[in-house]
Design a protein around this ligand. Structure first.
Ligand code: C5P
Length: 314
C-alpha cells in the first residue's frame, strides 16, 4: 500500500457542562458532542522516517513536529501494537478546521491519523480500541472517531451515542479573528466561579457542581425540532471565553438578531455557532453575518456526520 487518506469532521458541543477542577487538572464534563461537515484530511504514506507536512487553514500555527497530535496518536498506536511492522510514515494534514477555534481540529487530526495508520499497517484494531488509544492523546479524539451525536462524560472521552432521528441540522460557524487557548479558558472559568461563590440558580456562571445532562436538550434532539434545539444550546465555558475575547458578545448578538434559532460559543471558543431552521435560512444568515463585519469569515455546515473514516487507500 502506498498511502491511505482519512477524512475527519469538526465537532460542536450542543451542551457543555463543566464541573470543578480535578486533581489531575482536568474538569469532569457532561457534553453533547455533534460532528459537523467541516473536514480535515490526513494522508499517511510509508517513509524512511516519521515526518509531517501541514497545509491549508491555519497551517503555520500547527506544530510540524512530535508535538503534533497526529504524530502523538501514531506513536500511541505503535506502542499499543508492538512487533506488528508499524513502519515509519509521512503524514500530510490538509486543514479546513481552523486551529485553536473550539472545534477540536487537533483531536480530529489525531483520530484521522489513527484510522489511516490502522488501515496502512493492517493492524485491524476496532473503533473502541482506537478510541481507548486516542483518549490518551486528547479528550476529544474518541468522539472524532465516533462522530454523529453523542453524550461525553469524564474528560469527554467516555461516550454514549445519542439515539436521535435522522434530522440534519444546519449551522453557521463564525470564525473569529484570533484564537483562544483551551487551558486558559478553563482557568478563566475556575477564576470566575471562585470570584462568585454564591451564584443564584440559573446564573450564567452556574455553580461548579457535578455537571448533569440537559434533559430538555436531549428531548429536543429526539423530536428533531430545530427551534427547540436552538433554545437549549448551552456552554459553561461561554462566559469565560467571552471574558477573554469580548468581541464574541457582539458576534453572538448579531447572529440572534439576524434570526438564528440559537447561538453559542463552540467549545472553548472563539468560533461562534448559530443554528438555522433550514439550509436556505443558513445561507441567508451566513451572508448577513459576513456583511455585518462581526467575524473573520463564515462557513455553513450540517450535522450530524460520521466520524473519522478512510476515504482512499492505494
Ligand atoms: O485533553 P486535551 O489535551 O484536549 O485538553 C486540553 C486542555 O483543556 C487540558 O490541558 C485542560 O486544561 C483542559 N481540559 C479540561 N477538562 C477537560 C478537557 C480539557 O480542563 N475535560
Amino acid at each position: 500500500m502506498t498511502g491511505v487518506t482519512a477524512r475527519v469532521p469538526a465537532k460542536l458541543n450542543l451542551q457543555l457542562a463543566v464541573g470543578p477542577p480535578r486533581a489531575d487538572g482536568y474538569h469532569d464534563l457532561v457534553t453533547v458532542f455533534h460532528a459537523v461537515s467541516l473536514f480535515d484530511q490526513v494522508t499517511v504514506e510509508p517513509a524512511g522516517r516519521d515526518g509531517i507536512t501541514v497545509t491549508g487553514e491555519g497551517a503555520d500555527r500547527v506544530p510540524a513536529d512530535q508535538d503534533n497530535l497526529a504524530l502523538r496518536a501514531i506513536e500511541a498506536l505503535r506502542a499499543a501494537v508492538p512487533d506488528r511492522g508499524t513502519a515509519a510514515v509521512h503524514v500530510t494534514i490538509a486543514k479546513r478546521i481552523p486551529v485553536a477555534a473550539g472545534l477540536a481540529g487537533g483531536s480530529a487530526d489525531a483520530a484521522a491519523a489513527l484510522v489511516a495508520c490502522n488501515e496502512l499497517w493492517a493492524t485491524g484494531l476496532t473503533q473502541p480500541q482506537l478510541c481507548g488509544i486516542g483518549a490518551t492523546v486528547g479528550s476529544d479524539v474518541a468522539f472524532a472517531l465516533l462522530g454523529g451525536t453523542a453524550v461525553g462524560r469524564g474528560r469527554g472521552e467516555q461516550l454514549t451515542p445519542a439515539l436521535a432521528p435522522a434530522t440534519q441540522y444546519h449551522w453557521v460557524l463564525a470564525f473569529a479573528d484570533g484564537q483562544l487557548s483551551t487551558p486558559a479558558v478553563y482557568a478563566a472559568l475556575d477564576r470566575l466561579r471562585a470570584a462568585r461563590p454564591a451564584v443564584p440558580a440559573g446564573s450564567e456562571v452556574a455553580a461548579a457542581a457535578e455537571p448533569g445532562l440537559d434533559a430538555a436538550l436531549m428531548s429536543a434532539l429526539r423530536t428533531g425540532d430545530a427551534a427547540r434545539v436552538g433554545q437549549q444550546l448551552s456552554n459553561d465555558l461561554q462566559q469565560a471565553a467571552v471574558s477573554l475575547f469580548p468581541a464574541l458578545r457582539k458576534t453572538l448578538t448579531a447572529g440572534l438578531e439576524l434570526g438564528a434559532l440559537g447561538a453559542l460559543v463552540a467549545g472553548s471558543g472563539p468560533t461562534c455557532v448559530f443554528l438555522a431552521a433550514n439550509a436556505e435560512r443558513a445561507l441567508e444568515l451566513a451572508v448577513s453575518l459576513s456583511g455585518a463585519g462581526v467575524c473573520r469569515s463564515v462557513a455553513r455546515v450540517s450535522g450530524p456526520v460520521p466520524g473519522a473514516a478512510v476515504v482512499s487507500a492505494a
